[in-house]
Design a protein. Structure first.
Lengths: 73, 586
């Protein structure tokens, strides 16, 4: 308990809380960016592929990826 | 087999002796009372010590000399080498003591057990020991009625001692009476032939009585009453030592590897000691004479001299064998390998890398994968499928293959769990706990996730065990509708297993894996048979009985639970990025 308190004091003193928040925010942005890239590449694959079965599979994947993106937001 | 045919013969011989000779009856009754006394004493020490004996053994066996001393003192106090052996085997199995420590205790215990001979020869044959038995028995019984466990233990010890003294009294009385009619000493055989004959008699007597202490008491009382010659008594004592190892070996046949290792160590010790004693019997007898003078034992006090001989040759045995303890350990470990019994252990957990966090994490991840693979084998069999039916065919053909595969796979999932999952699981938990000591918060979180994955993997076997019972019933049944429903459950679990197998081997990145997991999760809604109205429909159209419906509701919940847990495990194990992992969580 004492160590936890000390950490909190240190965090507030060195502004570490905000740094942590910023770090989390950056991570979230990175994930969002890679998810966008994945969505784009899946869309491209859907356009390029000729197999109907594969197309249907990719569309299902795209649906899931979009759901994940909305979850991040 | 031998025991079964020998037992009636043994009973008949005893019955014949009891009816034919009053003196033999007294001696045999003495042995029986002595043995029951030993049992009471052993129980008493278990209660009375309140764990002290265990604590001492745990802390005082770090080196072989220490272990020998501990074994000697403990056996001299509790007067039971078998109690000590039982505790040592249990400690060895729990890895509280090392094999070399345990062997040391057994060596020391061999010297400790010779104190019984001292007690019998010093008190038993010189005074009317049976007179002391009565107060002991009375106070012992009174103490046994006490509420306190310590007093009950003390009571058992007193009752035990009382019976031991009473038994010795009866044996002595029997031999004295026997001597009046028949002098056994006339059968004494001189030279090494006599030595060999009496060694065999001593060994057989111990195998039959199942206690070397009782045989020693018998030998000493017979010697004290002049029924046997001193040299023959020495040979009988050697025989008793050899006989007790046969008892230990027979007792260890149903024991685990540790029990067998100790029994063989005991056997080797007693055979070597016996061989030394036989070869140097007459020289040892001379040494006994020299020490007797120093200890003030009269030259004609053969009972005391026999006790001294018993102690000296066991000490010589310890001195001769203990320098080879570590070689013995290596030999015994190679002789009885625990893994020979089909028990699977961890494959990737190397103790050398336990202190390197990143390497330990890699090893742990691989090992949890190994646990997962073993579990999928159990799951496939519980569904009456083979892994090839699930993994080596395309997903769209799963239904067809499973519908056609109705042959029941006879597997005991609990036995499978014990042999192929339990020890790998426990190895992982112990390794994870050890490696965690040097890890930072992030690494510790991974360890926690691996432990969670293991728990979920193991839980799927328990769920499958429940599901398997009805699969086996309904697949063989005549109701095609319920059979179809159970096939549906099999197919859905197989789809999850197949899907995880594919994502594990074919997916390029974490998002791909997560997408596949989410798709498989969406598919699981089909297993909610109450919500989708399937059960209602089956009952309404009289296709299944209500009894079958309740089974199906429960089993569809098990199928859902299995699939869901497998997908959770896949998320933990095969998605590398923690953020993406968290994105997959609900």
């Amino acid at each position: 308990m004492k160590i936890d308190k000390l950490f909190k004091i240190a965090e507030s003193f060195f502004n570490m809380g905000k740094k942590k928040q910023k770090k989390n925010c950056d991570k979230k942005q990175n994930i969002e960016l890679s998810l966008d890239k994945k969505i784009d590449s899946t869309k491209q694959k859907i356009k390029k592929t000729e197999s109907k079965k594969r197309k249907a599979e990719l569309k299902e994947n795209l649906k899931i990826l979009k759901k994940l993106k909305s979850k991040i937001k | 087999m031998l025991k079964k045919s020998f037992y009636p013969l043994f009973l008949l011989s005893i019955a014949y002796l009891l009816f034919s000779s009053n003196d033999a009856k007294t001696i045999i009754a003495g042995i029986a009372i002595f043995l029951i006394g030993m049992v009471f004493m052993e129980d008493g020490f278990k209660l009375f010590s309140g764990g002290i004996l265990e604590k001492v053994l745990e802390k005082s066996t770090s080196s072989v000399p220490k272990a020998i001393t501990t074994g000697f003192i403990a056996t001299a106090i509790v007067q039971s080498s078998s109690l000590l052996t039982i505790i040592v085997i249990s400690f060895l199995s729990a890895e509280l003591i090392s094999l070399s420590g345990a062997i040391g205790v057994i060596f020391g215990s061999n010297i400790g057990t010779t104190t019984t001979a001292w007690i019998v020869s010093a008190f038993g044959v010189k005074i009317k020991i049976a007179h002391y038995a009565m107060p002991m028995l009375i106070f012992g019984v009174i103490f046994r009625f006490n509420d306190s466990k310590s007093f009950q233990g003390l009571g058992n010890i007193l009752v035990g001692l009382g019976f031991v003294f009473l038994g010795i009294g009866y044996m002595k009385e029997g031999f004295e009476a026997l001597k009046a009619g028949l002098d056994l000493a006339q059968f004494a055989i001189d030279g090494y032939l006599g030595v060999l004959v009496y060694i065999i008699i001593g060994a057989i007597a111990t195998i039959v009585i199942q206690s070397s202490s009782a045989t020693m008491a018998l030998i000493i009382t017979a010697l004290a009453t002049g029924q046997i010659e001193y040299v023959n008594a020495l040979a009988l004592a050697i025989g008793a030592n050899i006989g007790t190892t046969v008892t230990a070996i027979i007792g260890s046949l149903s024991s685990n590897a540790n029990g067998k290792r100790l029994a063989v160590a005991h056997f080797i010790f007693n055979i070597v000691t016996g061989a030394i004693a036989i070869i140097f019997l007459y020289q040892l007898a001379d040494i006994v004479d020299i020490f007797s003078v120093t200890l003030g034992i009269e030259n004609t006090d053969y009972a005391m001299k026999l006790a001294l001989f018993h102690t000296i040759f066991n000490i010589i045995g310890v001195l001769a064998v203990s320098p080879f303890t570590h070689k013995l350990v290596v030999f015994l470990k190679s002789l009885f390998n625990e893994q020979e019994k089909d028990i699977e252990r961890a494959k990737y957990l190397d103790e050398v890398v336990v202190s390197v966090p990143e390497a330990a994490l890699v090893a742990l991840k691989k090992e949890v994968g190994h646990l997962y693979d073993n579990t999928t084998e159990a799951l496939a069999h519980a569904l009456s499928l083979h892994r090839d039916d699930i993994f080596n065919i395309p997903e769209e053909k799963l239904s067809e293959v499973i519908n056609n595969s109705t042959q029941i796979v006879d597997i005991d999932t609990e036995d499978f769990y014990d042999k192929k999952v339990k020890y790998v699981y426990s190895d992982i938990i112990s390794y994870a706990t050890l490696s965690q000591e040097k890890m930072n918060v992030e690494q510790s979180d991974k360890i926690y996730a691996f432990k969670l994955a293991c728990r979920k993997v193991v839980e799927t076997i328990k769920d499958a065990n429940e599901l398997q019972k009805n699969i086996n019933i309904y697949l063989k049944g005549k109701n095609e509708d319920i059979k179809n429903e159970y096939n549906f459950l099999r197919i859905e679990i197989a789809k999850t297993l197949n899907g995880i197998y594919r994502l594990r081997h074919n997916c390029d990145d974490d998002f791909d894996i997560l997408t596949k997991i989410k798709l498989l999760e969406e598919n699981l809604t089909k297993l909610d048979m109450i919500e989708n109205g399937k059960i209602d429909q089956l009952i309404r159209t009289n296709k299944i009985e209500p009894r079958m419906a309740t089974s199906l509701i429960n089993d569809s919940a098990f199928a859902y639970s299995i699939s869901k847990k497998l997908l959770n495990v896949a998320t933990i194990l095969w998605i590398e990025d923690k953020q993406i992992q968290e994105l997959g969580e609900e």
